[in-house]
Design a protein around this ligand. Sequence first.
Ligand code: TGC
Ligand code: FAD
Length: 390
Amino acid sequence: AAPPDPHDFLAVDGSLSDEERDIRDTVRDFAARELRPHVADWFEAGTIPDPRSLAKAFGDLGVFGMHLEGYGCAGASAVEYGLACRELEAVDSGLRSFVSVQGSLAMTAIRKFGSEEQKNHWLPRMAAGEVIGCFGLTEPDSGSDPGSMRTRARRDGSDWVLDGTKMWITNGSIADLAIVWAATDEGIRGFAVPTDTPGFSANLVHKKLSLRASITSELVLDGVRLPGDALLPGSTGLGSPLSCLNEARYGIVWGAAGAARACYEAALEYATTREQFGHPIAGFQLTQRKLADMLVDVNQAGLTAMQIGRLKDRGQCHRNHVSFGKFACVAAAQRVASTARSIHGANGITLEYPVLRHMLNLETVATYEGTEEIHALSLGQAVTGISAFR
Ligand code: TGC
Ligand code: FAD
């Protein structure tokens, strides 16, 4: 057998179909051309300077809702969608987030729970990147426990009136459409809220030290009056938003594997070219141990993502599989990013190299879409049958 490729040690990519490889390469090329050259500046600026153009470019690339069927969506497989997430997050978690929130959260909520009219009205333009969506579940006092939300929707004749505050909402200030989850007399339900509706406002979150190449906002709903058909009619209870989260968490499984890969590759390159004590630092045993640890984490994360993707394409992916992947791959990526940063020495703390940027981003990735602790408890419950959430 041939010796392993340091960049695909377990030859997992060798198992990709031609179509899967094409999609991976298309997104990889786009990322190298359109994203990687700018991302450090965006991170430093703490924003995406021209999010409308970026949305249009993502739309043209075909990654918004690419795994959804119909309504202008590509109907790609789970593995194909995962490969796209991996390539995007190898550049920056904030860019994968942009795609996750649009496709796996906002569009998925409409695809799963929307009326035929809502699907026809919103999805084709969202797939094209002409309409930007956000997904408002979290509130200032309701994060891991979204069932405790205070945002309320009450009926007034045939209208709905929404009051409340959502917090930490990705793309909230630039969105045309907010999917807002609110408590009603019939439990938690979803609403399609055009952001130009009177009473709706969004405020940027400033001073973030993580996910800086991403726009994060507070949403304020102050007597937002909506017609009856703004309700997503298929949404029934907390399980509805949580089922959208499964889709976004699935993308994170792959994305984290991408961030880990990018950090490992940067560290390998740096270690072989940086010399101290008359030798490349890659020649020191301690550095080789770090590279070996990273190699294992990167490949195990890649295998985990691929296996969960294959299960998903066979219709056998349970939400506990997704929790396993989010828990395992994000933790692996955090270890790899931290080790890669140490290999870079002082250079590692700058934006000239990607490692600290990934390390900081992964603090968010470990927090959103269910914290590390929440997924640990989901796995604990899965294997013991005992819930330790409350
Ligand atoms: P619990 O009583 O367990 O469940 C309520 C109902 O929901 C069902 N359910 C799920 N359904 C689908 N998928 C899942 N993952 C589900 N988890 C639970 C459950 O079967 C039940 O259904 P039913 O019919 O019996 O009523 O609910 P709980 O209140 O005890 O909470 C469970 C817990 C803690 C696991 C859940 O609330 C949770 O996942 N918390 C974390 C919250 C979270 O992840 N928020 C993310 C916000 S969005 C975001 O972060 C976007 S980041 C941007 C980006 O992705 O880039
Ligand atoms: P808390 O729930 O208050 O948790 C604080 C700590 O307590 C954590 O360590 C947690 O694990 C721990 N904890 C909580 N409950 C338990 C328990 N039962 N057992 C043990 N430990 C526990 N939300 C959206 O709805 N839409 C978005 O687009 C979105 N984008 C985001 C973007 C960014 C950059 C960030 C940082 C967050 C985003 N979020 C979004 C919010 C995110 O989903 C929440 O931050 C996350 O769910 C955690 O909630 P919290 O921050 O309120 O923490």
